[in-house]
Design a protein around this ligand. Structure first.
Ligand code: HEM
Length: 327
């Protein structure tokens, strides 16, 4: 095993180490809700110091990754030989970045990288874990590598560890081009086909980007390959209970070109909050209500918004009408 848990050897040490790590709450991307939910590029320049986000969900989310990698391995981890160089490069970049950006959490000691929030220590030089799997076990983000083979001008998904998908099945996408991956997305073709191909062909190493994706789901589960199927007996979602029954799920996605391999690394970080978190935030509630009203029928059906749209908007309109609280 490349990894040993300190608790297996020295429980007291593990405990005291953990209690010294103070992690901040997740960033509040609700403040960045778009005015409209549409199929757009929506790219922002990414400061590489903020490439990866670490917060107090780290221990739980890494534990969930461990569970999924053990119990649902084929659903969450797929790697083609073409991803080898990009995967090694990804791990090396993380091993360099994490201890520098989050020194309280990650410590590098020679070829070993310790995560003090989980008690894990990883041997970076060991070859029993694929570097893409090890990289994914370090951070809350899901990781996807897009590579191009000689003579092929299209980028394809060559390797991925996706434990927290928002209504898609990663294994179905392996080896596929950007266009084929996005085939179910309404309006992607033609709206985004050429801009995306241009972005991937030209993205400079030194100009990474990030974007947000917004969904409304009826479950906070991180692993939702097909969405949540409401079981018989579960109460229907209404204007009254939508605050506790629906979750605003925002994905922070980053794209950077890896300098050596030339592959593009796509990271996805999920932030999920109950709609009820917008109570007392009337401007945000109104903004989301307006965004939901404006989603066209085809996109709403694709995103699973249609069945809950009326209840969500009614709940948000009530929250928007309530006085008090900061927006
Ligand atoms: C600038 C880069 C990208 C843009 C602008 C983009 C845009 C989008 C949009 C608008 C959607 C619809 C999601 C929604 O509205 O809920 C989507 C879905 C998706 N994207 Fe991307 N995407 C980008 C990069 C990537 C990359 C690199 C991958 C590689 C894995 C990827 C994989 C997916 C998948 C799997 C879906 C769901 C498709 C399905 O329903 O089967 N995207 N993307």
């Amino acid at each position: 095993m490349a990894q040993t848990r300190e608790e297996d050897k020295e429980p007291a040490m593990y405990q005291s180490d953990l209690s010294n790590v103070t992690l901040s709450p997740p960033r509040d991307y609700v403040a960045m809700l778009p005015a409209a939910i549409r199929v757009t590029m929506g790219l922002h320049p990414l400061d590489l110091a903020e490439w990866i986000e670490v917060d107090d969900r780290l221990p739980d989310e890494l534990a969930e990754k461990r569970r999924l990698l053990a119990e649902r391995r084929d659903d969450v981890l797929r790697i083609m030989p073409a991803a080898a160089a990009g995967a090694r490069e990804t791990l090396a970049l993380l091993a360099e970045h994490l201890p520098r950006r989050y020194p309280q959490v990650y410590r590098q000691e020679g070829a070993r990288l310790a995560n003090r929030a989980t008690g894990e220590t990883w041997d970076l030089a060991a070859d029993d874990l694929h570097p893409l799997e090890l990289a994914s076990r370090l951070v809350q983000e899901d990781l996807c590598l897009m590579g191009r083979e000689d003579g092929d001008d299209r980028y394809r998904l060559t390797g991925a560890c996706v434990c927290f998908p928002t209504r898609w099945r990663m294994p179905e996408k392996l080896g596929r081009s950007l266009n084929a991956i996005h085939e179910p997305v309404p309006h992607y073709d033609p709206a985004l086909t050429s801009p995306m191909d241009r972005l991937f062909a030209r993205l400079p190493v030194e100009r990474p980007v990030w974007r947000l994706n917004v969904s409304i789901l009826d479950s906070p589960a991180l692993f939702q390959p097909g969405g949540h199927q409401r079981a018989a007996g579960e109460p229907p979602i209404t204007a009254q209970n939508a605050g506790d029954s629906l979750w605003l799920r925002m994905e922070r996605q980053t794209l950077r070109r890896l300098p050596q391999s030339g592959d593009i690394l796509f990271t996805i970080r999920v932030y999920s909050r109950p709609l009820g978190a917008l109570a007392g935030r009337p401007e945000r509630a109104e903004r989301l209500a307006a965004a939901l009203r404006g989603v066209d029928a085809e996109l709403a059906a694709y995103k699973g918004i249609e069945p809950v749209r009326t209840a969500a908007i009614a709940w948000l309109e009530r929250a928007a009408g309530q006085a008090g609280g900061a927006a």
